[in-house]
Design a binder for this molecule. Structure first.
Ligand code: NAP
Length: 345
């Protein structure tokens, strides 16, 4: 069995990693790190792991000194990951980082949105971890930068049509909605029950940190700069994400011709489902699964193409995608531990 260690194992994405890896036929969680739970067992923090996975939680420093694992998942806040990556790579451990620390290739862009980088030298070694776009590079990577949840929903939503000349792909409007777990487990006023349980609200308008990541990857797909107008919203649900994307038509385009691009691109993809005409993605249809649903249509009256995608922010938007990446890195079946139906309703 391949031994995996999870740094940040008591946060939402860390727990989701443990849940998914508990069913993995070739990987086992051998350790984890957290500040608050160091010295105690996973089943003390989460009694539902008893009998499935009961490793001892350590201090991050102890894990980094002696990783005792083949692979590491970093489910840490940005900034914390940056200082953990080099010791792991030096110890020969392959790393999937769920934070933003290795996603942005330009260090100036990282500093502008996140502040100074703690180890900018590692960024060049990272492959952006979206298998549907970078599968071959991921297979050979020692370090994968797992994408953000909003960028995954947007890039998978737009990738099949970014090369088209009959759409204005240089300007993209994105309206997204996320469940509250997207903000992490630590207590914050905005995610408290009274302020999120019966409310829908935009947040980080004009300044959400996923904007440069979307622009970087979408520009890579078109070969020219892409500008994204992105407004995220918090929804009163624990998990799930929908992104609705708008692109202006330059010529007459039919929904059928766009849908053909999606079916061609994603026909063999295990974790992207292109919905038939008349159907649209629904967070309830992907909850707990690694699927991203995508649908495309054309508003010929106003001259816009509309794309909608839905995923579970903790699975295809984070931990499921991280396991998919690690499966590729380790030469295992890409779908191992991930081939599950959604929890419905
Ligand atoms: N939530 C999502 O939907 C989502 C989706 C995609 C990507 N991400 C990214 O994934 C990462 C984790 O997100 P999350 O939502 O799981 O966050 P979270 O719920 O806040 O969990 C963070 C984890 O990191 C640990 N931690 C924080 N500082 C630490 C330190 N200095 N040493 C050791 N452990 C430390 C926390 O435990 P202690 O407090 O006990 O130390 C906790 O286990 C973030 O970078 C986030 O942006 C999240």
């Amino acid at each position: 069995m391949v031994k995996a260690v999870i740094l940040g194992c008591t946060g939402y994405t860390g727990v989701e990693l443990i849940r998914i890896l508990a069913t993995h036929p070739e990987m086992v969680v051998s350790g984890g790190a957290s500040r608050q739970w160091a010295g105690r067992r996973a089943s003390e923090a989460f009694p539902f792991f008893r009998g499935h996975c009961d490793f001892l939680i350590s201090d991050m420093e102890d894990v980094l000194r002696e990783p005792q694992a083949d692979v590491a998942f970093l489910a840490l806040p940005h900034g914390e990951s940056a200082s953990a990556i080099r010791p792991l790579l030096d110890a020969g451990v392959r790393v999937v980082d769920l934070s933003a620390d290795c996603r942005l290739r330009d260090p100036d862009v990282y500093s502008e949105w996140y502040g100074p980088h703690k180890d900018p030298g590692i960024v060049d070694q990272a492959v952006y971890g979206l298998p549907e776009i970078h599968r071959d590079k991921i297979r050979d990577a020692q370090l994968v930068a797992n994408p953000g949840c909003y960028p995954t929903s947007v890039i998978l939503g737009l990738a099949p049509i970014m090369a088209r000349q009959d759409l204005d792909t240089s300007n993209v409007i994105v309206d997204s909605k996320s469940g509250i777990s997207g903000a992490g487990r630590a207590a914050k006023l905005i995610t408290s029950f009274c302020e999120s349980g019966e409310s829908v609200k935009p947040y980080s308008v004009l300044r959400h940190r996923h904007i440069p990541e979307m622009e970087q990857e979408l520009s890579g797909l078109t070969g020219r700069p892409v500008s994204v107008r992105f407004t995220p919203h918090l929804m009163p649900m624990s998990r799930g994400m929908v992104s609705t994307m708008y692109l202006r038509l330059k010529e007459d385009v039919t929904a059928e011709s766009l849908r053909e691009d999606y079916e061609r691109r994603y026909g063999d993809e295990p974790f992207v489902a292109v919905l038939p005409d008349g159907h649209f993605p629904d967070t309830a249809h992907v909850r707990g699964s690694n699927m991203c649903q995508v649908a495309v249509t054309v508003d010929s009256r106003s001259g816009w193409a509309i794309v909608v995608s839905a995923l579970d922010n903790l699975v295809k938007g984070a931990s499921g995608l991280a396991v998919q990446n690690m499966n590729l890195m380790m030469g295992m079946p890409e779908t191992a531990a991930l081939d599950t139906l959604p929890v419905f309703p």
